[in-house]
Design a protein around this ligand. Structure first.
Ligand SMILES: Nc1ncnc2c1ncn2[C@@H]1O[C@H](COP(=O)(O)OP(=O)(O)O)[C@@H](O)[C@H]1O
Ligand SMILES: [Mg+2]
Length: 361
């Protein structure tokens, strides 16, 4: 008997389109002999669409649309017309396992995971706690530090603080962090709302921008570093992939450098000494464990130029899943090709769910 796999995509996040692109890749790599894919598209407003309407969205290639705001807008208008007609009825009784291919808020942050737990549906990736914890860049840093990993200097500020004590915030950041700084919404992804500040005016503008996306903001000391990423997989035991390096085509790895320009370079494996590579693998496993990850995560580091100090930057529990995304590429380089990786992730989801069912309630 084939299992029915609900593929959740879209969602209420700034990474809505990236999620659609990830979902298309996953859908094409799923082993069709073993699984029937039930696409469930979640609109930007949070409506869940029926299988047939969702399939229509999944058929659209969003990759070229990212480069053309006008065409993208038109596509969303067409999709809005679909939304009125057909809704998913939240009957999960015939779903065997779900793959939330949702990035960012309301997808990667534990909310959808909680929803699936309520319905008792097994799902790919981390549970509620790890998803929520790592989505909040400030809380994730506390766990990483507690586990003994290097975290760059940072301040946390509230959006409301910008009204009441902006000058104090700027003074403290200048005194304790120094330029350049990076300002980010605590719950961000795909570099949305992130900027690099080199002057006090930049810093003010960066805080104003980030405050559009979250109530909690981070100001980080800019680290002059190589960007190193490693993928991790597993429930009770975790394995890591080959290590990759990203060389952004812009001054930093912003949204444009990630998805629009396409000139950023990925190097797999990253050119690292054996000692540093071992440090990266170990740090990734520690990060995964310290935040309670299960299923999968991509762990991102900064390797400081000059000192070779390894800082953890962030951990993504639903990393990009397009065929050219880092997570699948890193495992492919480690001998686990994309379709097998998808199979493995689904197997881990079922295994985790089965183990949870052993708990007495
Ligand atoms: N403290 C920092 N020092 C240097 N570069 C940074 C720093 N923080 C972020 N960046 C740059 O901004 C990019 C996006 O930041 P990141 O924290 O990874 O957010 P996102 O979750 O959106 O990927 C990084 O890949 C890097 O290029
Ligand atoms: Mg990042």
């Amino acid at each position: 008997m084939k299992k029915r796999l609900a593929l959740l995509f879209g969602g209420r996040s700034g990474e809505h389109e990236i999620s659609i692109i990830s979902a298309r890749s996953i859908a094409s790599a799923v082993n069709k002999a073993k699984f029937d894919v039930v696409p469930i598209y979640i609109t930007r407003k949070g409506e869940w669409l029926s299988k047939s309407a969702s399939q229509k969205v999944l058929n659209i290639d969003f990759e070229p649309l990212l480069k053309s705001p006008k065409a993208l807008k038109k596509t969303h208008t067409d999709i809005a017309a679909l939304t009125k007609k057909s809704r998913f009825n939240f009957d999960f009784s015939n779903i065997d396992v779900a793959f939330p291919a949702l990035h960012g808020t309301f997808g990667e942050d534990g909310t959808v995971q909680g929803c699936l737990d309520v319905f008792n549906v097994p799902y790919v990736g981390c549970g509620v706690l790890a998803s929520a914890l790592t989505m909040d860049k400030a809380f994730a840093k506390v766990c990483f530090q507690q586990a003994g990993l290097n975290v760059g200097a940072y301040h946390v500020v509230r959006r409301s603080d910008l009204k009441t004590r902006l000058n104090d915030i700027l003074d403290a950041a200048e005194a304790e962090l120094g330029y350049p700084m990076f300002v980010k919404p605590a719950n961000s992804g795909s570099s949305v709302g992130i900027s690099k500040a080199k002057t006090r005016n930049d810093l003010k503008a960066a805080l104003t921008l980030a405050a559009q996306y979250d109530r909690k903001l981070l100001i980080e000391k800019g680290i002059d570093a190589r960007e190193i990423e490693v993928a991790a997989l597993g429930n009770d035991t975790v394995v890591t992939s080959a290590i990759g390096e990203i060389v952004p085509c812009n001054e930093f790895y912003d949204y444009d450098a990630k998805y629009v320009k396409g000139d950023s370079k990925l190097f797999i494996p990253a050119d690292l000494s054996d000692t540093i590579a071992a440090e990266v693998h170990l740090a990734a496993k520690i990060a995964y464990r310290s935040t309670g990850c299960e299923g999968m995560a991509r762990v991102d580091f900064f390797l400081e130029r000059g000192t070779n100090t390894l800082y953890i930057n962030e951990l993504n529990t639903i990393p990009g899943f397009t065929s050219i995304s880092m997570y699948p590429k890193l495992f492919a380089a480690a001998g686990l090709p994309y379709p097998k990786l998808i199979n493995r992730l689904i197997a881990l989801a079922l295994e985790r769910h089965k183990d949870i069912q052993r708990n007495k309630i």
